[in-house]
Write a protein that binds this ligand. Structure first.
Ligand code: FE2
Ligand code: FE2
Length: 492
């Protein structure tokens, strides 16, 4: 992620640098900010550069990666190290030195921008608490009538100090904002990790939905015709959408794990219980026929039980239940075997029959309701976060991701007018990923064409936004997904 605080700081510091130049009357200057290198050492890096006579208005690419240690080897490093103002002037011979002099930093800069530095005013940028946050260097004082020699004066130092407090504040505010963004990023990533730890089969879903949704939002931003031409998501709105997409399923944290990860209609322990009953029934039959002549009859009974159990296994799978299997399951509730003088064992209880007769998928109505609650939980959780300015709609965008334009969605069954455009995009991308993901135990991945055709049917039936879907298809936003990165899990 390109942090917004970085970009706005760069903009602000260039503006402040121009103020220095106007106020003090010099040709150019640079502002360096204090950062940590990969070893954790404090270094100064170019953040702003203006050299008016050379037409330089930003830091040249070749200088962006240059870092200066807080030591005596460069003027900027020395200023940062001692936190003092230095004024220096250079003779021609010093400017042609080979880079080993104290001023090698200026020589480097001069070479890059083809410039000659005659004098420098270098000052630390200190916060009101006295913390060093950067250094400013002003170069080549412009000659005036009062001062034809064009040297930096003590008055310039005082003027510089006034602007420096402003520059230091800008840097500190930006650092605080950046740190705040980093905390939020960390929080979002931690939440996604927590969701995926509870529901590993859908691992990667949040990130993929996020990538798809942002891709679609960018395509919307490029749309210059129709209603969407009026929509232009700002950088902050894109960030808001990113958080909403990343966290849209955070409420799954509150859904029971066995329901969340349910692969078949019966939980494994439920099928084991039925299996145990069938063993008991078989043993009872074998006991009843022990020593009797009609062994063929016994084998017929045993085979009946085997066939019944195979039917149960077949019905237990998540695919669409054929009518004949469903009827067979209903019949099994009537199958009983006497296990002793007083008790009989039935092949299937009414409860088990109900579960095995789920027409599609693996979830009973109650379990589906339980899973659907994740949207309300998502909203409740996200509402607790004190989202900063511009991000306030994250909970609402995520809350609507299962709503449909015709009011048939959940949890609130709201209609089009109450579903924000961001949620509509999220819904399209969420369904697309759920269809094409090769990671759901209860269904095979649907090919891209088929997934788009299913989405189109939803559009035609008035559930999804037709205009956004058109952009999704025409912009090929769906190709943003890196299918190679998708986890492929074998269905057990
Ligand atoms: Fe969801
Ligand atoms: Fe989702």
């Amino acid at each position: 992620m390109r942090d917004m605080s970085y970009e706005s700081l760069t903009r602000d510091l260039h503006s402040i640098l121009n103020s220095y130049l106007d106020l003090i009357g010099c040709d150019g200057g640079s502002i360096y900010t204090l950062q940590k290198n990969i070893k954790g050492e404090s270094v100064l890096v170019f953040k702003a550069m203006v050299t008016r006579s050379a037409g330089i208005r930003t830091v040249p690419d070749s200088l962006k990666s240059v870092v200066f240690r807080l030591d005596e080897s460069t003027l900027v490093g020395k200023t940062g190290l001692h936190q003092q103002v230095f004024k220096e002037s250079y003779s021609q011979s010093q400017q042609t030195a080979d880079g080993t002099t104290v001023e090698n930093q200026r020589i480097l800069t001069d070479r890059v921008i083809n410039y000659t530095t005659y004098n420098i005013l270098s000052a630390p940028l200190l916060t009101p608490r006295g913390d060093l946050v950067g250094v400013v260097e002003l170069v080549n004082k412009l000659p005036t009538e009062d001062q034809p020699n064009a040297e930096f004066t003590e008055k310039d130092e005082r003027l510089c100090a006034i602007v420096s407090s402003q520059a230091a504040l800008a840097i500190e505010n930006s650092t605080l904002l950046f740190e705040q963004e980093q905390i939020l990023e960390g929080f979002v990533n931690a939440c996604v990790t927590a969701i995926e730890a509870r529901d590993p089969v859908t691992s990667g879903h949040s990130q993929r939905v996020c990538d798809l949704t942002l891709g679609l939002a960018e395509a919307v931003n490029k749309t210059s015709t129709g209603d969407l031409a009026l929509i232009q998501f700002s950088a902050t709105q894109m960030r808001e959408l990113r958080y909403a997409a990343m966290l849209h399923d955070i409420g799954k944290i509150s859904v029971k794990e066995d329901i969340l990860q349910k692969e078949k209609k019966l939980f494994p322990y439920e099928l084991e219980l039925i299996e145990m009953r069938f063993k008991l029934m078989k043993m009872a039959i074998q006991r009843d026929f022990a020593g009797k002549k009609n062994q063929l009859e016994m084998k017929r009974h045993l085979k009946e039980l085997d066939t019944a159990f195979s039917l149960i296994r077949s019905a237990n799978e998540p695919h669409i239940l054929p009518q004949e299997v469903s009827q067979g399951i209903v019949e099994l509730t009537k199958m009983q075997v006497k296990v002793d003088d007083t008790e009989s064992c039935c092949a299937l209880t009414h409860y088990e029959k109900e579960r095995l007769c789920i027409a599609r998928g693996t979830l009973s109505r109650e379990e589906r309701t339980e899973i659907e609650k994740h949207v309300s939980f998502t909203y409740d959780i996200l509402k607790m976060v004190p989202w900063s300015r511009g991000l306030e709609s994250v909970p609402n965008i995520a809350h609507r991701h299962h709503e449909k334009l015709d009011g048939t969605g959940y949890p609130q069954k709201v209609k089009a007018e109450e579903i924000p455009v961001q949620s509509r995009m999220l819904t399209i991308c969420d369904i697309y990923d759920a269809l094409t993901a090769a990671d759901r135990p209860y269904k095979a991945a649907v090919p891209v064409d088929k997934a788009l055709s299913i989405l189109e049917d939803e559009v035609k039936s008035g559930k999804l936004d037709p205009v956004l879907f058109k952009v999704f298809v025409e912009s090929k936003s769906y190709l943003l997904l890196d299918f190679a990165a998708k986890p492929v899990k074998k269905v057990a």
